[in-house]
Design a protein. Structure first.
Length: 516
């Protein structure tokens, strides 16, 4: 065989192997989840019992600080402030810090809501800085110096904590001295708004109810999700405080805390509803940030994780955890190699290689979906069959956003620094105020839609059926995401702004964004 043929086969087998391993890990996560059920049940029973004892004597409860980082979030600022004030905790022992980096009318709204809450007896402080150094991480770090509580809850603006949040999280931190964090479970305010939101809700349910539960109950590395969690302040200081050198400051702090000897846990019962991004451009920017930030964190911390002395399984799971967005470049490579594999590689070898590729893609596709089915059945025993009908949509969207996520992975690996790109939120106004412009990412998505469509057609004509179903998913995914993004651009508000590489423009001083 020629060198180009060997090179193509090597790359194809390598990509297939990566997909196979990450798909197989989903089954491993389900196994960990099932094995950890007894631990999670005992933890919940203990937390509930301790809460009853503690809330019977409210005067003995410790001071707790809740931080609300906001930046130009006019649509959701009032909602989150009022929800935090509604948490079941003594007003004189609950310090509410509003970390306001805004430069628009959100500032006056925050001052107004703050004054109203103070009149009702709430302990509210508005914390403002001269600059946005470090973005969200910088705001959290600066405000932590003025936090009066030994325990610090964090909620982004698009979340609505329930009154029971402190009851469900604080008792564990108080009675387990090696515990640094109790992470709550995200639920959804707008899961039925559109197909994107329905798909996201299934994916997020799987992450929290299966993956986070599995990590917490099997002594694996667990991450703080940036919001809806309660920290021990001492642990934050002990591991070096917040750092802004990655786009996922939450994951970075989580791993540093665990490397310093602290333990993190997860409570599925501590539900915190949140607003799902309802546009593809906003969703892609959120996913880009998570993709790039997780790879940055892997580069920064995984060498320490490997040398940490933790079990081999824990270190291997940490590798899968920190690098799972790395499958997106592989997804694109598999798509691009579909045509060369058919025309360049000799038939007698190409058939075997394609069989391996199809098997790998199948495992990679079925693995996550199996995890999602288990999560839906666990969370919604009555109507889970209806909910899993949206799994094909989730699969298609997951393929479609691979271009944006691939960019994040490459920038993370290359050490390219970028600004914290916010996820715009609607809140109760049901309107996102930002402008978007077409970018190379969207055109790349449309190109891949056409490319995969041509590849699919040729595979069908030539009778090469094995990979055809997956090429159909590729074509649908890139078409759906790419063309839907273009439609959103045409519908966006005519505000003056400069787009980022995913097509989302940064709002001007009169627009509303988000920190999370």
């Amino acid at each position: 065989m020629k060198f180009i043929e060997w090179l193509l086969i090597t790359f194809y087998i390598g990509c297939g192997t990566v997909l196979f391993l990450y798909g197989l890990n989903c089954y491993w996560q389900v196994f960990f989840f099932v094995r950890g059920q007894r631990f999670l049940k005992k933890q919940s029973e203990k937390a509930d019992r301790l809460a009853e004892e503690m809330w019977a004597h409210p005067d003995s409860l410790p001071i707790v600080t809740t931080q609300i980082p906001l930046y130009n979030e006019f649509n959701v600022a009032a909602r989150i402030m009022e929800a935090v004030a509604g948490i079941d905790y003594p007003k004189d022992r609950h310090q509410i810090q509003v970390l306001d980096d805004s430069n628009d009318e959100t500032c006056s709204l925050i001052d107004q809501i703050s004054a109203t809450l103070k009149e009702k007896g709430h302990w509210v402080e508005v914390f403002r800085r001269d600059n946005r150094e470090g973005f969200k991480a910088g705001a959290l770090k600066a405000a932590l110096e003025e936090a009066q509580g030994d325990y610090v809850a964090i909620f982004d603006g698009d979340f609505v904590p329930t009154p029971q949040f402190m009851r469900q999280t604080l008792p564990l931190l108080i009675h387990e001295k090696d515990l640094a964090l109790v992470q709550g479970r995200w639920t959804h305010l707008n899961p039925k708004e559109n197909l994107l939101c329905r798909a996201q809700s299934v994916g997020i349910d799987g992450h929290f109810s299966i993956e986070q539960a599995a990590r917490a109950s099997n002594d694996l590395f667990l991450n703080f999700n940036g919001t809806a969690g309660l920290w021990r302040k001492k642990a934050i200081y002990d591991c070096g405080n917040w750092e802004g050198d990655t786009l996922t400051e939450d994951m970075d702090l989580s791993y540093r805390a665990q490397l310093a000897g602290w333990r993190l846990t997860f409570r599925s019962e501590a539900v915190v509803p949140a607003e799902l991004p309802s546009t593809f451009i906003a969703f892609k920017n959120q996913q880009f940030r998570w993709a790039k930030g997780s790879i940055q964190t892997a580069r920064k911390l995984y060498p320490r994780v490997w040398k940490s002395g933790r079990s081999f399984v824990a270190r291997l799971q940490a590798l899968f955890h920190l690098t799972h967005y790395g499958i997106h470049p592989v997804i694109i490579l598999i798509a691009l190699m579909s045509l060369p594999m058919m025309f360049i590689v000799p038939d007698q070898i190409g058939i075997l290689v394609r069989i391996f590729g199809v098997a790998s893609i199948f495992v990679a596709a079925v693995g996550p979906n199996s995890l999602y089915v288990v999560s839906q059945r666990h969370l919604y025993p009555k109507d889970w069959p209806k909910r899993i009908l949206f799994l094909p949509i989730l699969t298609v969207i997951g393929l479609g956003i691979s271009v944006s996520n691939c960019r994040g992975v490459i920038e993370g690996l290359a050490g390219i620094q970028s600004e914290f790109v916010r996820t715009p939120k609607k809140g109760s106004n049901n309107k996102i105020r930002y402008q978007a412009k077409a970018s190379w990412v969207i055109w790349a998505e449309i190109f891949l839609a056409i490319y995969c469509g041509i590849s699919l057609l040729l595979h069908i004509i030539l009778g090469v059926w094995g990979i055809a179903p997956f090429l159909l998913l590729y074509t649908l995914g890139y078409s759906f995401v790419g063309f839907r993004s273009l439609i959103e651009i045409r519908q966006s508000n005519p505000l003056r702004a400069q787009p980022d590489s995913n097509g989302l423009a940064q709002p001007n001083s009169q627009s509303a964004g988000a920190t999370g």
